[in-house]
Design a protein around this ligand. Structure first.
Ligand code: NAP
Length: 308
């Protein structure tokens, strides 16, 4: 089969770190060109907008949208209306309704749509899900604490409405637990800490119960200096499962179980290739729904101003 002719929109950090090298390494794809308002790429045709890209390069069959979540709905809708398959970076949108709209439109047009949750493809996630299936859980704790100045320097959009603040990394943890835990979660209480000068939270504490009543506590914090933590601990009646480093490592009762190489985006692009061939939609809104619930129901606490 001939490679999928793909265009990429939004040449920023994640496009450069992951999408472009992974597309280049996968023979299922041929990168035709990119679109970005300001950035250009050496050796790759670059256009200033999605429209300009699709006008100039009608052979493009699929687009990967690597822009911030605000504004992504308009881009995705436009691409689908123009008959292109769409890969959405996480989170799939700034609101739930706009993602429902994209799902309906992709199905109506018979086009592929993938809401990517890259952390679900961390190497220890699938083994953790398999180990937990059928076991009796007693508690779950999530600690996702990192230094925003290190990981998001100069990214203004994360602090704007729709940018999610600390939920931008926190939603990765939610994407893992909604995948590995045997039962669905319901949010019972939340506290969101907003710097007085920002529109998005810098920290959040979420208390869920799963549908059998097991407590699930998640703590997200962007003020962490020193060691960073992306950890999930699941207590069961058969022992303690721990995921560290964002799902890269797993241990049971402290005994390491595997250390596989990282291949999150390689796996995402393999999945998208299949969806394009089969013209299928793969959109799971559970992680974004929990974030929305936290904004709906959480206590709001003002904390000190944040400056880059
Ligand atoms: P970024 O470095 O800010 O890059 C996004 C790019 O999109 C910008 O460089 C910008 O390029 C373009 N853009 C288009 N409209 C924009 C707007 N209204 N405001 C700002 N930029 C706009 O962000 P990123 O870290 O790559 O994140 C992009 C998406 O990927 C987010 O949804 C994020 O959650 C997700 N993601 C990021 C990472 C990561 O490690 N950074 C990991 C996984 C997922 P032009 O100025 O040239 O248009």
């Amino acid at each position: 089969m001939s490679p999928i002719k793909i265009g990429l929109v939004g040449v920023g950090k994640i496009a450069r770190d992951q999408h472009l090298p992974v597309i280049a390494a996968n023979p299922d794809y041929e990168l035709v060109a990119v679109a970005s308002r300001n950035a250009t790429l050496d050796g790759v045709d670059s256009y200033g907008s999605l429209d300009a890209l699709l006008d100039a390069r009608p052979e493009i069959e699929a687009v990967a949208l690597c822009t911030p979540p605000q504004g992504r709905h308009a881009l995705a809708r436009h691409a689908l209306e123009r008959g292109r398959h769409v890969l959405l970076e996480k989170p799939p949108g700034a609101t739930l309704a706009e993602v429902h709209d994209l799902v309906a439109l992709a199905k109506e047009k018979g086009l592929a749509l993938l809401a990517t949750w890259h952390s679900r493809y961390a190497p220890a996630v699938e083994p953790a899900r398999a180990w937990l299936a059928g076991r009796t859980l007693t508690s779950v704790t999530v600690s996702w604490k990192e230094d925003v100045r290190h990981w998001h320097p100069g990214q203004d959009w994360i602090w704007q409405p729709g940018g999610l603040g600390v939920f931008d990394p926190g939603i990765n943890a939610l994407s893992i637990i909604t995948h590995i835990l045997p039962r669905a979660l319901v949010l019972k209480a939340a506290t969101l800490e907003f710097p007085a000068n920002r529109q998005a939270p810098i920290a959040a504490q979420l208390d869920f119960r799963d549908l059998s009543g097991v407590p699930v506590r998640a703590e997200f914090d962007w003020r962490q200096t020193g060691p960073q933590s992306w950890d999930i601990v699941v207590e069961t009646t058969d022992g303690t499962l721990t995921l560290n480093r964002g799902g890269a490592a797993m241990s049971i009762d402290g005994v390491p179980h595997l250390e596989e190489p990282e291949a999150e985006y390689a796996n995402l692009y393999a999945l998208f290739s299949r969806l394009v061939r089969e013209r299928q939609v793969d959109v799971d809104l559970a992680p974004l729904s929990h974030v929305a619930d936290a904004f709906l129901c959480g206590h709001r606490v003002m904390v000190e101003d944040f400056h880059d």
